[in-house]
Each structure stands twice: as C-alpha cells, then as structure tokens.
Design a protein around this ligand. Sequence first.
Ligand SMILES: Cc1cc2nc3c(=O)[nH]c(=O)nc-3n(C[C@H](O)[C@H](O)[C@H](O)COP(=O)(O)OP(=O)(O)OC[C@H]3O[C@@H](n4cnc5c(N)ncnc54)[C@H](O)[C@@H]3O)c2cc1C
Length: 443
Amino acid sequence: MIIKGLTEIVGEKYVAAQEFVRLTYTNDFSVSPPKVPVAVVKPGSTEEIIKIMQFANEHKIPVSPRGGGSAQEGGCLAVDGGIVLETLRLNKILKIDEENGYVTVEAGVTFGRLMAELEKRGWKIGIAPSGALAGTVGAHLSRPGVGWGNIRYVTQGDQVLSVRAVLPDGTIVDTGTRSNPGAEPFFRYALGPDLTGLFIGAEGIYGIVTEATLRIYPNPEKVYIERFKVAELDTALKIFRDIAVQDLVTFISAPLIKEKDLFFDVNIQGFSGEVDGRAEKVRSIINSYPGVESLGSEAPQSFWPNRWYHTGEEFLEGIAGVVNFFLPHSELGAGLRTMRQLIEKHGIKNYVQQLFPGPTGAEVVALLFHYPKDQEEYQKIHRAIEEMMPKALQLGGAPYSKGRQWAPYLEEQMRETGYWSLGKAIKKLVDPNNIMNPGVIGF
Ligand SMILES: Cc1cc2nc3c(=O)[nH]c(=O)nc-3n(C[C@H](O)[C@H](O)[C@H](O)COP(=O)(O)OP(=O)(O)OC[C@H]3O[C@@H](n4cnc5c(N)ncnc54)[C@H](O)[C@@H]3O)c2cc1C
C-alpha cells in the first residue's frame, strides 16, 4: 500500500522498494543501530512533498527526512514501518540575489555545489560544514550545523533569513518577510515571532524544510592562515577565548586536542589591510603567552584550496562514534578532561578530541573510532557514549545535533522544564499523529 501510494505521487523511478537499495539507507555516518526503511521516496518538488506528507498523515506512516545522510547522530534513520524521504532531487539554486545579498536554494542542494556556483560570481556563504560534498543546506540548518567560519558567522542557523517548510498535514509555511505573500525573503525578524527558529535545530520533527534563504558575502580578498604549537592545553584555551571574544578571526581549528603539545590554525579572511591588522593583533595575543611556537603558514595554506576534498581524513582509521556539544569558554578545560576520563575508563583504543571555538564558547568533539567488524570495540563505544552524553548535559553542555542518539538523555535532563513542555506541545499541535521524524530530539 505504501509503495503504491508513493509511486502514484512521484513515479516508479523515484520510489526505492528493492531490498538491496533500502539496505543502503540503514544508517547515516553514525554508529546507531541500523534501521531498514519500508521504502525510500525521492520527491522532486515541494508539491510532491506536500502530497507525500498528506498520504503519510492519512495512513500514519512515519517519515524520516534525509539529505546526504552524513550526520552522525542517527537523525535520518527510519523508524519501524516508516519511510525515508530523500531530498537530493530538490537541488535547484533558485536565486542568487547579488543586489540584496542572499541566495535561495532548494533543501537538497549540497554545500559543495552551492559554494562552487557562488564562487564563480565572487560570493560565498558564511558557514559550511567540512563534509560539504555530501551535506545539504536543508539538513545543516535543521541541526543547526557549524563549520569553517563559526567565530565570525556562528552557526548555519544564524545565516538563515527564511525557510519554506511543509508541515506533517501538508501545509506550506514561509517564514520571515517571505510569509507576506509575494514579498522577498530579505529579513528574518518581521511580521511576528521568529518562526524560522522553529525549524532551526528541529531536525525535521515539525516539518520538512524544502527551501531556504541564506546570507551571502563577498569572496575574501585575502585568506591568511597560520599554525601554532602550544605546550599546555590550558594556555591554548586562554588563547582561543581571547581571540574569539574579540572577534579577531573567521575561525580557529584545533583538530587534535591533547594535554601537552597541541596544534591549532587561525584563519583570517577579509580585505587585505583588514586581514593584516587582525593577524598582527592575533600574533600579539598569542605571543603574550608562554610555550607557543609558530609553525608558519605554508602547510595550512597549501591545504586550503583542497579543503573540501581532504576533509574527513581522520575517519580513515574507521567509523566514528561521535559526541559533539558546545560549552562556554570558561568550562572547556573541565569538559574536555571529563570526556577524556570517560573515554579512557572504557578503554577505547583509538580516539581524538577536537575543539572548534565560536564567539562565546566552543564545540567540544570526541571521535571514537572502530572498524565495522570489531564488535567488541563497537560495544565499548556504545557504553562510553551512554555515559558521555548524559555527563555532557549535566556539565551544561548543548549538543547542536541531536538525532536519535541524544534523545533519551535530553528527555532525562530536560523533561521538567518549560522549554520541554512547550516543545512537546508544539509537536502535538503540528504533528498529532507523530509521523514526522519520531524519536528525534525526544519531544
Ligand atoms: C567528514 C565529515 C565532516 C563533517 N563536518 C561537519 C562540520 O564541519 N560541521 C557540521 O555541522 N557538520 C559536519 N558534518 C556532519 C554533516 O556532514 C553536516 O552537518 C551536513 O550538513 C548534514 O547534511 P546531510 O544532508 O548529510 O544531513 P542528514 O544526515 O541527511 O540529516 C541530518 C538531520 O537533518 C534532518 N533533515 C535532513 N534534511 C532535512 C530537511 N530538508 N528538513 C528537515 N530536516 C532535515 C535529518 O532527518 C537528520 O535529523 C561532517 C560530516 C562528515 C562525514
């Protein structure tokens, strides 16, 4: 019945019902227990998504939206008896508005494609995930993701001016100024409460984002990158805070956090004179601390043009269990050390800790590696994650991407709050049959 109904909406070619295809949709980039969807539907337009949602709502079929499936928290996995709705055919760049400084795209456009198109015209977006060749705009803002740019531009959510979303009953919602019929999506906070925010961070539980408008910026005249080595973690954390709160760089990347001898890159983009001035100020801050050495610009600068192709090289060691969350600058030392103690307590063979500072805190990342066939290590990683996620929340941490992995711990930590009851009440209102990505976040 499900396959017949979906085929009538999108055509046979765009409903995957064969087992060998469905098996390729059983996971994202996470180590969640795999789930086989009943079918994978690949709509090509908002109109088709409306019909799919009306059909699913009528028959109470759970729907899990999926872009590139490159997130790590199991958010796009099917639930029992449910379907996966893949957005990759919604791949049009609808309007690059150079006069007003924004771009409107369909949700399934990948960052790789969007950035290539913008660059040809001398523009860029603020935030892109390093997994840009697979990651889609609709998914990234739905987490909301971070990426290379997150001191100056914060998160993808901060870049969004408007979304078009389809609710579980098929209603279309345009947000920001676009909610006024015929108006352009040029301003987010207008005409009423910020309903764009309802879809940012929601990972599809309130509806499917089908279009989005993001701000664009001129391509930088100059990109300056310098790599530093620091003797002590606590010194590095002070440097990150000083640079970030003074808004001096586009981003800092610290992909190998250790207690001693760690490395980080500062990346400064902008007009030539501006970049030189910022670099000088950054160097004077860094040089005011002991035990810091500049490793120069050559290595990071030569990586820069190939960054989208070389990203993820750390995953060559195997598939990663991932625990990512934000902490304020003041709590980073304690947070990193607590996570490391838990990882070591479980005897994880191979892991890295990373740090990606934003303006008011940083993303704390732990990647726990294992080979798919190493079942013993897989179980260890699961047990470690079961301790790390609740601990992160108790420390005041905030996961930006929740998926299904964080849901039980979020509920445990938050269920008595007004935030949780309002989130649940909105869910009940827009999705009374609970068909829209059920189990994600935990509302
Ligand atoms: C090597 C590598 C590097 C990465 N680097 C980064 C990084 O720097 N920053 C970062 O933030 N992430 C990063 N990621 C994670 C991920 O690639 C990005 O967040 C990416 O944007 C997710 O897009 P996706 O289309 O693959 O999402 P998916 O995995 O398909 O979906 C993610 C979530 O969004 C929901 N969703 C998908 N589409 C929609 C929609 N249209 N409407 C509503 N909900 C939707 C899904 O149900 C799911 O819950 C990285 C991943 C890899 C593998």
